[in-house]
Design a protein around this ligand. Structure first.
Ligand code: MN
Length: 745
């Protein structure tokens, strides 16, 4: 076996000393220190012949992971021991039995969990979605497995520079897709942020660098502003004898990047690039009162925006986050977010629930947040048969969503994701209650199932035994529980109907003396152009399929053969085309006049033939266009530069018709559009930008009023026709913050 060189030894010893320093707080006895030492010795020996891509001895990696566990997550000795050993069972001779006899059964279980996760976690070998599902399924009984896994990934991200570029991209994407959301849900704010920033750095190095540089260049101005802003607050806090720290917290590169991308703003236009954080050093029993005292001082100097007050001290978020947030107007007219919290809350916010547990342990209470969450997820997966990808979407939503707090009629508190509806609440109570739900009373008022709940609502569910889950429900439920139950029930119903169809089909095939074989079923799927056999059966049961067609493809041996159909079908196609062409030809002859043989568009009085505008390119008067005879859908008008045009013109020239507009001059007419939305800075700018720059529409009037965080506005714009108007409305709906757009005139 290769030996460590003197240089290796120096590097390793340094790293190990760093770990001992980082774990000083959690090592309570000599025995704790000895356990860490033992794990280190065993791992160092086992990994002796291995090196990292960077050339360093491999053991530096487990040491770094253990250090992250201690220093950045706040985990204890057991986790440190397991982090040191985390790669031994997978990569070296050491077995789980060794771990158990050397350390104990707890350590065995954690290492086992870690090894299993990494085994199914190789995204390159098989389906990513399925792996993800498996990972959650094996979601460990001991939540430390996830924490160590996150620390492992964080260290790999920090050292990603020495990997091959394709590996970098893959690892960075996985991190963004899965690990950062997990870290977020567990309240590991710093780790989540660092993972996101590092992922961006490897995925889009230029953008990352650009934002980084801009942050650096604007730092002085920002610091001056923060100092001026906080000076009067600091003076007053000191006068009142409070012990505190004030920090200016800049947003992460990744969240700035997201803002730029989602809101289509420039770096310079982001107004909340930093927040002020006031951290108090007070005993736990005075926390709430003191935080509100600071709030009162801050708002004595600066006017607060009442819509932006967040009290996560009275009701902490699901991931354990506690803080009091307010947004106030500075003297220079800029909104500034101020976060007020205590040292304890700050540690939870940065290090997450592990820190939370430590505090709880001290108080002797039990901590439940993560356990509850993991139980919920596990429950969901075990009872979930839906498509894996759907499941991931649902699951990811549950990772990111903010929560609301609502009450049952008996006053029990329930936590739901933001935007949850009355129906979600019903499913939250019980899946049977959800399935039979016909309506709800929110705060004693009758509301529809789709009614969106707000924190503090009290909800009573009304059920009926005749009710069954509807597909349309999927449009407004947001919880994964409701979604999966509805899908499951629809699927069950579907399968039941399909099995009736299968009986019908079997009778039919028996009558035709056709064998009931896989191959023949497959021919039928192709014949009726359906996705799969169950769908075929479903279509049969619901009378959507003409079974008489089958006999045209029965060959002499009693097998089904699609080739028999081909010729017949082609003849039919030819017929349709010819007859349509004849039809169109006739129309042209009748109405075309002597000036041209084109169809004239744009004047309903002169409408000679029925035509519609193609959805792919939505022509408006004035565009260069052609007509195309479709087999089933009449004549469609496409723009010459439509993405489909080349294909249509080159393959089906015989079905193309010349068309022209009545007048080549575009006629505009005035339309009024009303819209409502959430009042935020920049939204008006976005709307006017959209109209005048992106769509190039003339705006002749604009009227906007705002009230209690909502605004209502009307725009008068000149458009060419209704398609144009629809396009404008559709685009306006895409502007973030807008929730309703409609035509009024
Ligand atoms: Mn590792």
């Amino acid at each position: 076996m290769t030996q460590y060189t003197e240089n290796d030894k120096r590097i390793i010893l340094n790293a190990y000393k760093g770990l001992l320093r980082a774990s000083r707080g959690v090592r309570k006895t000599k025995e704790d220190t000895a356990r860490i030492r033992k794990a280190f010795d065993i791992a160092a020996e086992a990994h002796m012949s291995m090196r990292r891509k960077s050339g360093e001895p491999y053991i530096t990696h487990p040491i770094a992971v253990a250090k992250i566990c201690a220093e950045e997550i706040g985990l204890g000795v057991t986790a440190i021991v397991c982090a040191l050993l985390h790669d031994t069972v997978e990569d070296t001779e050491i077995t789980l039995d060794d771990i158990e006899s050397l350390f104990g059964v707890k350590e065995r279980n954690i290492i086992d969990g870690l090894t299993k996760i990494s085994g199914i976690f190789d995204f390159s070998t098989s389906d990513q979605a399925e792996n993800f599902r498996k990972m959650i399924l094996t979601l460990p009984n001991d939540v430390r497995v996830i924490f160590i896994k996150l620390a492992d990934r964080l260290h790999n991200m920090r050292t990603l520079g020495s990997m091959r570029v394709d590996k970098q991209l893959k690892i960075a994407s996985e991190t963004l897709f899965l690990y950062a959301p997990l870290a977020h849900r567990l309240g590991l704010y710093n780790i989540k942020t660092e993972m996101e920033d590092l992922s961006l750095k490897f995925k889009e190095p230029e953008t990352y660098q650009d934002i980084q540089t801009k942050l650096k260049n604007t730092k002085d101005v920002r610091m001056r502003f923060i100092n001026a802003f906080t000076a009067p607050i600091k003076r007053e806090l000191e006068k009142q004898g409070l012990s505190f720290k004030v920090k200016g917290r800049t947003k992460s590169v990744y969240s700035i990047y997201n803002k730029i991308k989602k809101k289509h703003v420039r770096f310079e236009e982001i107004y909340d690039i930093f927040a002020i954080r006031i951290i108090l050093d007070v005993p736990e029993e005075q926390e709430k009162a003191e935080c509100w005292k600071v709030y009162s001082i801050v708002t004595d100097f600066y006017r607060p925006n009442p819509d932006r007050l967040r009290d996560w001290i009275t009701t902490p978020r699901g991931n354990g986050y506690e803080s009091l947030h307010t947004t106030v107007m500075s003297k220079t007219g800029k909104w500034v977010e101020v976060q007020i919290r205590t040292e304890r809350m700050d540690e939870i916010a940065e290090k997450g629930l592990a820190a939370h547990w430590r505090y709880k342990e001290n108080k002797g209470a039990k901590g439940g947040g993560v356990d509850n969450w993991i139980n919920k997820i596990r429950d969901l997966i075990e009872h979930n048969q839906s498509e894996t990808l759907d499941f991931i979407d649902d699951f990811k939503l549950s990772l990111y969503a903010d929560e609301i707090y609502v009450f049952t009629p008996k006053g029990q508190l329930r936590m739901l994701p933001a935007k949850a509806t009355a129906l979600d609440f019903a499913f939250e109570i019980h899946s049977e209650v959800g399935a039979k739900c016909i309506g709800a009373k929110v705060n004693h008022k009758l509301v529809p199932l789709s009614h969106e709940l707000k924190s503090g609502d009290q909800i009573e569910i009304i059920t009926s035994n005749k009710q069954v889950p509807k597909e349309a429900w999927l449009n407004f439920v947001v919880t994964s529980k409701a979604k999966s139950k509805i899908k499951q029930s629809i699927r069950e119903e579907y399968n039941q109907i399909a099995s009736q169809g299968r009986e019908t089909l079997e009778r039919k095939l028996n009558g035709l003396k056709v064998k009931l074989s896989e191959k023949n079923f497959h021919e039928l799927v192709k014949l009726y152009k359906v996705k799969n056999f169950p769908e075929l059966n479903y279509m049969i049961a619901t009378d959507k399929i003409d079974l008489s067609k089958i006999k045209t493809i029965v060959d002499k041996g009693g097998e089904l053969n699609l080739k028999l159909l081909k010729k017949e079908e082609e003849d039919a196609k030819q017929e349709v085309t010819t007859s349509l062409e004849e039809e169109a030809g006739k129309l042209i002859k009748t109405y075309g006049g002597k000036a041209s043989e084109s169809i004239i568009l744009g004047d309903d009085n002169l409408k000679q033939v029925d035509y519609t505008f193609a959805k792919c390119c939505t022509p408006i008067p004035g565009d260069d266009v052609f007509g195309f005879i479709t087999i089933n859908d009449g004549i469609k008008i496409h723009r010459n530069n439509c993405p489909n045009a080349t294909q249509l013109l080159s393959n089906y020239a015989y079905r193309v018709l010349k068309v022209m507009w009545k007048s080549q001059k575009m006629k505009e007419f005035s339309a009024e559009i009303q819209f409502t939305g959430i009042d935020n800075l920049g939204i008006l700018h976005n709307i006017t930008n959209l109209i005048s720059n992106d769509l190039n529409i003339n705006m002749t009037g604009l009227n906007i009023g705002s009230e209690a965080g909502m605004f209502k506005g009307t725009i008068t714009a000149l458009v060419y026709n209704t398609n144009h108007l629809d396009q404008l409305i559709a685009n306006m709906k895409k502007v973030e913050g807008i929730n309703e757009v409609k035509r009024t005139l």
